[in-house]
Ligand binder design. Sequence first.
Ligand code: URA
Ligand code: SF4
Length: 209
Amino acid sequence: AYTAEPFVPDGADLAALRRAAADCRGCPLHGPATQTVFGAGNAHARVMLVGEQPGDQEDRQGRPFVGPAGKLLDRALAEAGIDPAESYVTNAVKHFKFTQAEPRKRRIHKAPSLREMTACGPWLAAELALVEPELIVVLGATAGKALLGSSFRVGETRGTVLEREIHGRPERLVPTVHPSSVLRAQDEDRRAAYEGLVADLKVAARALG
Ligand code: URA
Ligand code: SF4
């Protein structure tokens, strides 16, 4: 089975994990992608935000949530009163998965498979164990499946505080939609989707106190 496990060093701090992740060959996604996009932010963050996988911009720049979805997320976090400086952002899968009709044509995002999510899980587990956030914000279905299992559905739990054991430790989580889903909505739907994201993030902000 595909797994990042042999690439994850024991006893590493976040910086050492990031360096090791750069050489991960745990699944085939490292092949076409430019680089590993590891988590970023405050190593002692109170809140960890977990997305799906890097997008086109993230793949080029090597940092999570720096593209359009990240801009929208930053705006929503600010509106909800969550300080980015108190946050750590990462993804369930650390390499960009895409299709491309021809070289130099636009690279189109493809959702990671369950096998790829499972393969990449040890990196997310290692980040959680080191950052030890007080709260995890689950951005969309892929992050939810990676953390809570394959039966996870955003609509069932979004905007609520869940208490679950993850990798043997009690965690509090607030699921919400993925910021990209807001960008895909049109006109009034987009406005409503954005307001929904902000409302869920306000639940997270309140839970942090
Ligand atoms: N979408 C994600 O899930 N993660 C990113 O880093 C960027 C876009
Ligand atoms: Fe390793 Fe994850 Fe990249 Fe696959 S997606 S090669 S498991 S870092």
